[in-house]
Design a protein around this ligand. Structure first.
Ligand code: SG7
Ligand code: ZN
Length: 262
């Protein structure tokens, strides 16, 4: 588990391209989104289904991040927006964070970093599986939520945050005490979900496959400093705390970032 790449030293982001050719591709993620240069558009609404059902959820420490998967059939689906008529199925969600609350997000807005970024990963259902989908340019979509820090934190994160002490060791996993309603964390029922940036990019870790339609919501989530500290206590392959698991921004090159104005 988890020693093919790292976020510092000789396995750090500057060296990912040595082992993984795609990581030096032209359409990599993350990027800095400069609001002055985005192209405003009005896309069909994003549609969410199956997010309001309570599901058994399992949290895993994979040595790089904290990963949540739901257990059971009839997975949550999304379509619309930049996905057009294609249907994408929920695979997992995970987080990126930094050493302190001033950094941690992967994408930036006008060069601003956020304390954390939540990624909900979906694969195009017609490709049959997550793994198969990663071979196609439109194989994945990731819903990205920026996180800012305040005392008045979002209580819907509590069941997840309370499980973090159980998975501090690499490879450990734990089932959330109560079944999880993804809609509470992901806010899929809220109008703010229709205001987002979208662009074509890559996985932000090796193999850096350029197969991701990124959808970055403008409205940030709010966690407390203490909640983010609980993430910083999970341990990597080297037995050290994971205090930095975000990739530096990559060149935009010839890409256009769109902003959906509902
Ligand atoms: C996190 O981000 C994990 C990885 C994921 C990677 O490290 O969620 O997933 C697993 C199953 O470990 O890597 C290949 C892959 O999905 C990159 O995903 S991201 O681009 O959304 N950040
Ligand atoms: Zn991610």
């Amino acid at each position: 588990l988890g020693q093919e790449f790292s976020y510092n030293g000789l396995l750090g982001p500057a060296y990912w391209g040595n082992k993984y050719q795609t990581c030096v591709g032209k359409h990599q993620s993350p990027i800095n989104i400069v609001e002055h240069y985005v192209e405003k558009v009005t896309l069909p609404p994003l549609w969410f289904s199956g997010f309001n059902i309570p599901r058994k959820a399992m949290l895993t420490n994979n040595g790089h991040t904290v990963l949540l998967k739901t257990i059971g059939t009839d997975v949550p689906l999304i379509t619309g927006g930049p996905l057009r008529d294609d249907v994408y199925a929920f695979e997992q969600l995970h987080f990126h964070w930094g050493e302190n609350d001033k950094e941690g997000s992967e994408d930036r807005i006008n060069n601003r970093s956020f304390a954390m970024e939540l990624h909900a990963v979906f694969y195009k259902l017609s490709y049959g599986s997550y793994k198969a989908a990663t071979n196609f340019p439109d194989g994945l979509t990731v819903l990205a939520y920026f996180v800012t820090v305040a005392e008045t934190f979002d209580p819907t994160y509590s069941p997840l945050v309370e499980t973090l002490p159980l998975i501090e060791d690499i490879g450990s996993e734990a089932v959330l005490r109560d079944n999880l309603i993804l809609e509470s964390i992901l806010k899929t029922n809220q109008p703010s979900m229709q205001n987002y940036f979208t662009y074509n990019g890559s996985l932000t870790t090796p193999p850096c496959s350029e197969v991701v339609t990124w959808i970055d919501f403008k409205k940030p989530h709010i966690l407390s400093h203490e909640q983010i500290e609980a993430f910083r206590r999970i341990r990597s392959a080297e037995g050290e705390r994971v205090t930095h698991n975000f990739r530096p921004v990559q060149p935009l090159a010839d890409r256009i970032v769109f902003e959906n104005i509902p």
